[in-house]
Design a protein around this ligand. Sequence first.
Ligand SMILES: NC(=O)c1ccc[n+]([C@@H]2O[C@H](COP(=O)([O-])OP(=O)(O)OC[C@H]3O[C@@H](n4cnc5c(N)ncnc54)[C@H](O)[C@@H]3O)[C@@H](O)[C@H]2O)c1
Length: 393
Amino acid sequence: MQLAILGSGFIARFYAESLVAQRRKDVVTMIYARDPEKVKAFAQQYDVPHYSTNLEEAVAHKDVDAVVVALPNHLHLQAVLACAKAGKHVLCTKPLGRNAAEALQMLQAVEKAGIVGGYLEDLCYTPKFLKSLSSVKNGAIGEVIWAKSRETHPGPHSDWFWSKEKAGGGCMIDLGCHCVEISRNFIGKDMLPIEVMCWADTRVHPIDAEDNAIGLVKYANGAIGQFEVSWSFRGGMDLRDEVMGTEGTIWLNNFLRTGFELFTTGKGNDYVAEKAESNTGWLFPVGDEVHELGYSHMFTDMFEAIEKGKQPSETFYDGYIVNAILDAAYASARSKQWEPVRIEDWRGANNTSQQRDFPSYDENYYLIKEELLPSGERKIIVKHKQTGSIEKR
Ligand SMILES: NC(=O)c1ccc[n+]([C@@H]2O[C@H](COP(=O)([O-])OP(=O)(O)OC[C@H]3O[C@@H](n4cnc5c(N)ncnc54)[C@H](O)[C@@H]3O)[C@@H](O)[C@H]2O)c1
């Protein structure tokens, strides 16, 4: 596959590291950026044969089969529309749109053009996440009741993120999009998100957008997706997920406690990990960040999908649903009420029910709880199926 990358900033470099630094059969043939010096330097560093300061020209180039959009949020729509016009497959970074209306335009454009629209949600491709998701799908933790995802760090690295207009919001659109899609995967993408309750506030930075937020997303089967996001967390980047099921539990820690701890007096003055606040003392490097953060698996899934004419695991439709959930979160933060998730084009299940088959103790009783106490006594608590009385056996 021959690829163009649009943008030469932070995420464009992560993408290039994943696409160029490993021996892949897919090659980056074109890089687009506004600044003639920067685009040339990027092309030289990553051995990219063509570069351009014209977006449409870069996308339409004959040596480009698919385009990777690594531009600020307010430029995603324009870039995706250019790809649709040129008939080039497009892989867009997160969040898909600044809101659901933008995301829907992008979804409709790629579907009309008959091209693949891949949603570059790397955190749904980390090795730990992929293993967790397959365990959940195999029933290892039973029915998911609650899936919580947290992404917090001291704030982003470029000016445009801090502009509510350019970014579409603050930490909620920037980081919440990851958390929402992680929870959605664990709960089941087929499950309709119904409503959102959210607190969001600007607590620390002199900006118009929120720098801290917590939200609850309620799904049709009663499951809850919880997101916790912050641009004022101190101590690096905290990326953690917790999934609670009827038969088990998953705890994931992607960044700060990965099993790799390093102490240094600071002599090497080394890069440690994304958003690390210190490079002396006890540190928590991540190792191969590109791999640990899911970029390698993500691109493999995207290119396989394009080659085989199928959809990747994360699509523009997923990006649109995430935007629709976040729109409801912003509405709830304003109204302080549960707000409905408005989806124009729901493609998942409709026949959901919250009915549960409770485990029986015997033909007359349900089993509520069984526990071995320190005294050696085994306590069994049951509920009568007809009378509802709660008893100890
Ligand atoms: N984990 C992830 O998936 C992840 C991580 C970081 C950023 N992102 C996303 O990637 C996108 C870019 O973020 P970033 O961190 O690389 O930002 P960045 O500021 O580091 O880079 C942005 C790039 O866009 C260029 N640019 C800015 N304004 C432009 C304009 N008007 N016209 C053309 N080019 C312009 C900049 O020169 C730069 O090359 C955002 O949508 C962000 O949400 C995703």
